[in-house]
Structures are given as C-alpha cells and as structure tokens.
Design a protein around this ligand. Sequence first.
Ligand SMILES: Cc1cc2nc3c(=O)[nH]c(=O)nc-3n(C[C@H](O)[C@H](O)[C@H](O)COP(=O)(O)O)c2cc1C
Length: 118
Amino acid sequence: MIAYASRTGNVRYVVSKIQGEAVEIKEGLQLDKPYLLITYTDGFGDIPTKVAQFLEHNGSLCKGVVVSGNSNFGHHVFGGAGDKIVSRYQVPLVRKIELRGYQKDYEMIQQFYETRVM
Ligand SMILES: Cc1cc2nc3c(=O)[nH]c(=O)nc-3n(C[C@H](O)[C@H](O)[C@H](O)COP(=O)(O)O)c2cc1C
C-alpha cells in the first residue's frame, strides 16, 4: 500500500498517478502491511511532523520513500525529508521529485511499488 502526506496537493497529485491502495497519514494511523511512503518536505529540509510521528510507530513496515520538494529551497535541503528518512530508517530513496513531478517519475514509482512493495 501507499501512505502519503500532502499539504498543498502536490503529493496527492502524484499519488493519483500511481495505481495502488493509498491512505493519507493522519494522527494515530497504524498500518499492518508493507507500504511505500510518499511525503513532502517541510521547514528547512525537514520531515513533516505528522510523518515523523507516523514513522515512529510504523517505520519497520516502510519499504521505501518518495519525496517531493522544491529545488528553489537550494540543493542542500531539496527533498531533505527523504534524505533524513533514508538515514533514520535505512530504506531506499525511490525518487526525489520536483513539486508534482513528471510522467517518468510516476512510471519509476509504479515499477518500484509493483516489484518491492505489493
Ligand atoms: C513552509 C514550507 C517549507 C518548505 N521547505 C522545503 C524544503 O526545505 N525543501 C524542499 O525541497 N521543499 C520545501 N518545501 C516545498 C514543498 O515540499 C513542496 O512544495 C511539495 O511539493 C509540497 O507538497 P504538497 O503540495 O503535497 O504539500 C517547503 C514548502 C513550504 C510551504
């Protein structure tokens, strides 16, 4: 399955391009099967608070992370949430995407999802 967080709609749009069961991260969400995490980046290369809290309880089932960011923030923090999740949970960084991403991104994410998560 796919677990995602979206504040202004970009990640939600990406999720709409991927075929698979998706659930939005809300406070207290507990999953019982492997999932692909798709999140935005907050602060200054930070993991959104609700995603960090979700991972504290569900981190072991995470099979990989896709992160959306805005490269205008600078390359040191572009998609920084993904880099932090990778080092904290030792999961693969499936894709770092600019805002809503492109068709190539969706294809790559779909392929990872079908081979490594489902
Ligand atoms: C307050 C704020 C801080 C942000 N900080 C970063 C950042 O440090 N690095 C980055 O790559 N993008 C940053 N972004 C950009 C978002 O991660 C990006 O627009 C993303 O596509 C938003 O996804 P969403 O529309 O699903 O919420 C920031 C956006 C906001 C509003």
